[in-house]
Design a protein around this ligand. Sequence first.
Ligand SMILES: NC(=O)c1ccc[n+]([C@@H]2O[C@H](COP(=O)([O-])OP(=O)(O)OC[C@H]3O[C@@H](n4cnc5c(N)ncnc54)[C@H](OP(=O)(O)O)[C@@H]3O)[C@@H](O)[C@H]2O)c1
Length: 264
Amino acid sequence: MHAVKDKVVIVTGASEGIGRALAMQLSAAGARLMLAARNQQRLQALAEQLPGEAEVCPCDVAQPQQCQQLVAQTLVHFGRLDILVNNAGITMWSRFDDSDDLEVFERLMRVNYLGAVYLTHAALPALKQSRGSVVAVASLAGLTGVPCRSGYAASKHAMVGFFDSLRIELKDQGVDVTVICPDFVVSQIHKRAIGADGQPLGQSPMQESKIMTAEQCAQLCLTAIGNRDRLLITSLRGKLGRWLRLLAPGLIDRIADRAIRQRH
Ligand SMILES: NC(=O)c1ccc[n+]([C@@H]2O[C@H](COP(=O)([O-])OP(=O)(O)OC[C@H]3O[C@@H](n4cnc5c(N)ncnc54)[C@H](OP(=O)(O)O)[C@@H]3O)[C@@H](O)[C@H]2O)c1
């Protein structure tokens, strides 16, 4: 895609799932990439597979200093930053009244919400200079409640509130903010979801044949990023639900409940 050609892009959570698929599509479209996540080996393997220029930087987004380091390394290597994709994220799978370990709620906020805040703060001076854009991969759970995902939904609502506010602040400085709200996507996140005992589930509870692939999601993300769109919702039920919620909020609750019970 023309709009991302030669742009310097940081993608967090690039070692798996949506971030990995997006990195592949950005690279094919001519972007110059800084790939970030905690697993350096997986990042390196991806970088070697990409058609375009790509560097890797191990980074735990929950650590502000590592976020600063990621931006510094990007500027040393590429000399500029055009697009920051805050994609790294984790999820949970547990009713609140079954959750014994409240540390999970803190962890979800630190990675999903504060991680994006720390990194965006570190990247803003460079993004202002390039009149670039910030992308926040939130979730449909950032727009509505979802059972068994209360802490995750809270972290994604926080992301949406933060980035919607930031967009207004940056309006006159040429920096755009794109919020992406995917519906369910096949990725590692479901089997890594933190269960009631504070441990990863180990296997995905989703009906993966019935949900979007990471490649399909990345394709939609690429278009939204290229167009510097304000908001991307990846499913029809998500798009309709946004409006229906105003008229019939109880119906939206039932749809969210059914989606979790039916696992797609
Ligand atoms: N899949 C879905 O159904 C879905 C739906 C809506 C929204 N989303 C959102 O999409 C984003 C990507 O998720 P995904 O589904 O692609 O999940 P995934 O396959 O589990 O990938 C998550 C990525 O985030 C990285 N990550 C996790 N914790 C991190 C940390 N502390 N610091 C840096 N990187 C970290 C992981 O790499 P390391 O483990 O190597 O760090 C991995 O690369 C998330 O924000 C998620 O909430 C997903």
